[in-house]
Every structure is written in structure tokens, then in C-alpha cells.
Design a protein around this ligand. Structure first.
Ligand SMILES: NC(=O)c1ccc[n+]([C@@H]2O[C@H](COP(=O)([O-])OP(=O)(O)OC[C@H]3O[C@@H](n4cnc5c(N)ncnc54)[C@H](O)[C@@H]3O)[C@@H](O)[C@H]2O)c1
Length: 389
């Protein structure tokens, strides 16, 4: 049957992340949130009232609602497969929060069921479709770092118990840094480097229990069931490899470290846990590249003390490229001294001679700073949770 009009969406799970989904989905012209369900029906009713959604109830009520065409599954990891399976069997398309499930077998079964029933199944994260990642991907495909070979990623902090009132599920099977945040990083790696051939990993746990920090149950202790510090080595089918750290075991807040090394340079990508990117895309070039630009810079400044040269070497190893929605061509960098060079990407500059002349302009002190020279926040407890979310 061909249906016209707005697509009816039903939520199952009215918890923390549902707020963000409702903020967005209640504004889209082509979808209509028609019902919110939760095992906590009072919570579902409160959410429906707040967002002007006409009906609420249990998850079963959502599945029984003929106006619901797509179920948005925002329950906990342990119930993702169960709820998504029930939704598919009820004839609904499904969008589920990550992870798809807590084990490979049940996740594969879910994908097979959707195929068999001819229904759509989508799983978060979709941040790789955001402007930051699409810009970066286009830059890589255009050859700014040559052939991508290897990647380094890192996400570390003290963990989500500092902001989530129901944090215990984030330390249970199906979560921990690997399943809670890893999907953003591994989806992004696969997006850039292709299918995975093999994985080697090791993990550890700094504590057997943690305590809720916020919410009505603050102070309550809960068990830590999964590794909270995980190191992963990934090999890709088309060659290349990545090393990834995912940790809830350090107060040092460092999110969104995502670097891809290619035959011609290194690109520092946006945080895959965000849509926009959060910081400019940076490109580092090997020593000795783009010597011609280096000469012109040298003659322009006319002053080069050994001290300054050393500083320049450090400074020019990195440069910034603000994320844009379209990338046209590559421009030469404002490098100097013939020892290091940097590249900025700017579609507008590549288009006109006047714009091209601005290439020799020195990047600002801020933009010349290496991206990982300091931690993001000296006070991690003040930092906003790392949500794209
Ligand atoms: N909180 C975040 O910042 C965030 C960000 C991105 C993704 N996520 C993901 O979103 C999902 C939900 O997270 P949350 O933070 O909203 O959790 P939450 O604990 O705040 O909310 C989960 C809700 O699901 C309901 N629920 C659980 N099982 C159910 C079932 N079988 N049927 C109906 N309702 C059920 C609970 O009653 C609760 O209201 C998780 O998979 C999480 O990984 C959360």
C-alpha cells in the first residue's frame, strides 16, 4: 500500500535521550510523533503532555497503534533486540538506539528478520551523516592525505555516572565504554576504512562498584559488570589498521581524538559523537612537503631566527580547516622553512585568484596550535557530557 502524508512515529522508552529525539522529531514537517510508550506509563504520559504528543501508554500500546509506522526504540541495551523484534513482528519499521544488541547472534537475527519481513531497520549512531564527518570524508576522498592507512582514536573520561541518574545500565552488559561510546568510533572507522577483518582487544575494570552521582537515587551503589578501560586493535579488509582507546576509568577528559594517517599526511577528524564536529578539521603534512610555499613565506617575513624556526616547525605541523558542506579543491599551505608544512582546505579560496592570494596569510595563533596539545577541560566535572546524543 502506498501511503501519503506525515509518517507516524511511536516512541518506546521515555528516558533521558528521548528528550533530544523529541526536540527534533516534533519539529520535522514530514513526521508526526503519535504515541509515547514506556514501562513507566506515568513517565510516558508526562513526556507526551510536555511535547504535545496525542497518546501515551506502554510499549505494547505503541505496537498496537495503527498510526505508528516507525518505532523509535529508546529502551536500554539489554532490551533493544527484544523490543525491536516485537516492533518488526508488529509490522513497524524500527529505529533503535545503539547498540543494536548485546551479542552478535541476536543482532544478526534482528537484521535477518527485518530483511525477511521487508521492513527497515536503522541503528544509531548516524553522526557520520553530519556535516563534520561528511566534510572530513569528502576531504579524504579528494586525496588530502593520500591513501588512508592507519587511524588512532581515543575517548576517555571518568564515566557517565557523573551525569546520568540511571547510570547503572551504562556499566552493565551491552554498555561500558566499548558498547556505549564505541559505536560512534567504530562506525566512523568502518565508514572511512571499510569492513573490519579482525580485532584484538584487552580490557580492565578499575572498580567493582560505582555510585550514582545525580538524581533521586544519588549515592546508591551499583555493580560494574563490564570492562571500563578497553584498548582495541582493528585490522581492515582493504589493509590498514586502527588503535582505539575507550575508557571510563580516567578523570582526564579527552574525547573525540580521531586521526587518520595517510601516505601524504594526517587528518584530524571531528568527534564522531557529534553531528557538527565540535572542532575544525586539521591536516598535518610530512616534513619537507610544499617547499615552494615555504620559500615565499620566508622571503615575505624576512626574519628567521633559529628560535623562531623551531617554534614554526612545531606550529606549522598542524593547521585548521573549518568544516564546510562542500569541498572543491586542495590549496597549497602557508608553510615555511622547508621543514614542515601545513594544509588548509578552503573551497572558496581555490576558486578565485584573489582568494588564492590569501593562502599566504598566516594562520592565527589559535589555529596554528596542535589540536591535542592540551586537555579539553581542566575540570572534567564541569565538562558537558559527550553527547551528540
Ligand atoms: N542518555 C544519553 O545521553 C544517551 C545518548 C545516546 C544514546 N543513548 C542510548 O539511548 C538508550 C536509552 O538511554 P536513556 O539514557 O534514555 O536511558 P533511561 O534509563 O533514561 O531511559 C530508558 C527508558 O526506557 C524504559 N524502558 C526500559 N525497558 C523498556 C521496555 N521493555 N519497554 C518500554 N520501556 C522500557 C525505561 O522505563 C526508561 O524510561 C540507551 O540505549 C542508551 O545507550 C543514551
Amino acid at each position: 500500500m502506498t501511503r501519503t502524508g506525515r509518517v507516524g512515529v511511536g516512541f518506546i522508552g521515555a528516558g533521558m535521550i528521548s528528550e533530544q529525539y523529541l526536540t527534533n522529531l516534533t519539529t520535522f514537517p514530514d513526521v508526526e510523533v503519535v504515541r509515547i510508550g514506556d514501562i513507566d506509563t506515568a513517565r510516558a504520559a508526562e513526556s507526551a503532555a510536555k511535547w504535545g504528543v496525542p497518546a501515551s501508554g506502554t510499549g505494547e500500546d505503541v505496537l498496537a497503534d495503527p498510526d505508528v509506522e516507525i518505532v523509535v526504540n529508546l529502551t536500554l541495551p539489554a532490551t533493544h533486540v527484544e523490543v525491536s523484534t516485537a516492533a518488526l513482528r508488529a509490522g513497524k519499521h524500527v529505529w533503535s538506539e545503539k547498540p543494536i544488541g548485546v551479542d552478535r547472534e541476536s543482532a544478526a537475527g534482528l537484521v535477518a528478520l527485518a530483511d525477511e519481513l521487508g521492513l527497515r531497520l536503522g541503528i544509531a549512531p548516524d553522526t557520520v551523516l553530519g556535516t563534520g564527518w561528511q566534510t572530513a570524508k569528502r576531504a579524504i576522498e579528494a586525496g588530502v592525505i593520500g591513501t588512508p592507512l592507519t587511524a588512532v582514536t581515543s575517548m576517555q573520561w571518568q564515566g557517565p555516572d557523573v551525569f546520568h541518574p540511571n547510570a547503572s545500565f551504562l556499566y552493565a552488559k551491552g554498555a561500558g565504554p566499548l558498547f556505549d561510546i564505541g559505536p560512534y568510533y567504530f562506525t566512523a572507522l568502518v565508514h572511512l576504512l571499510g569492513p573490519v577483518e579482525s580485532v584484538v582487544a584487552t580490557g580492565s575494570r578499575s572498580r567493582e562498584t560505582r555510585q550514582l552521582v545525580v538524581g533521586p537515587n544519588a549515592g546508591q551503589e551499583f555493580p560494574v559488570e563490564v570492562p571500563t578501560h578497553v584498548s582495541v586493535l582493528t585490522s581492515f579488509e582493504q589493509g590498514g589498521n586502527a588503535q582505539s582507546l575507550l575508557s571510563f576509568d580516567t578523570p582526564l577528559f579527552r574525547h573525540g581524538v580521531f586521526e587518520v594517517n595517510g601516505t601524504e599526511g594526517t587528518i584530524v577528524l571531528p568527534d564522531p559523537n557529534t553531528f557538527g564536529g565540535g572542532h575544525p578539521i586539521r591536516i598535518a603534512r610530512p616534513l619537507g612537503k610544499d617547499v615552494s610555499t615555504s620559500r615565499s613565506r620566508s622571503s615575505r617575513t624576512g626574519r628567521r631566527s633559529p628560535t623562531r624556526s623551531r617554534r614554526s616547525v612545531a606550529a606549522s605541523a598542524c593547521s585548521t580547516w573549518p568544516a564546510r558542506s562542500a569541498v572543491a579543491a586542495r590549496t597549497s599551505p602557508p608553510a615555511r622553512s622547508g621543514t614542515t608544512s601545513s594544509t588548509r582546505w578552503s573551497p572558496s579560496r581555490s576558486r578565485s585568484p584573489a582568494a588564492r592570494s590569501s593562502r599566504s596569510r598566516r594562520p592565527s595563533r589559535r589555529s596554528r596550535r596542535c589540536p591535542r596539545a592540551s586537555t579539553r577541560s581542566p575540570r572534567p566535572w564541569k565538562a558537558r557530557p559527550p553527547r551528540c546524543r
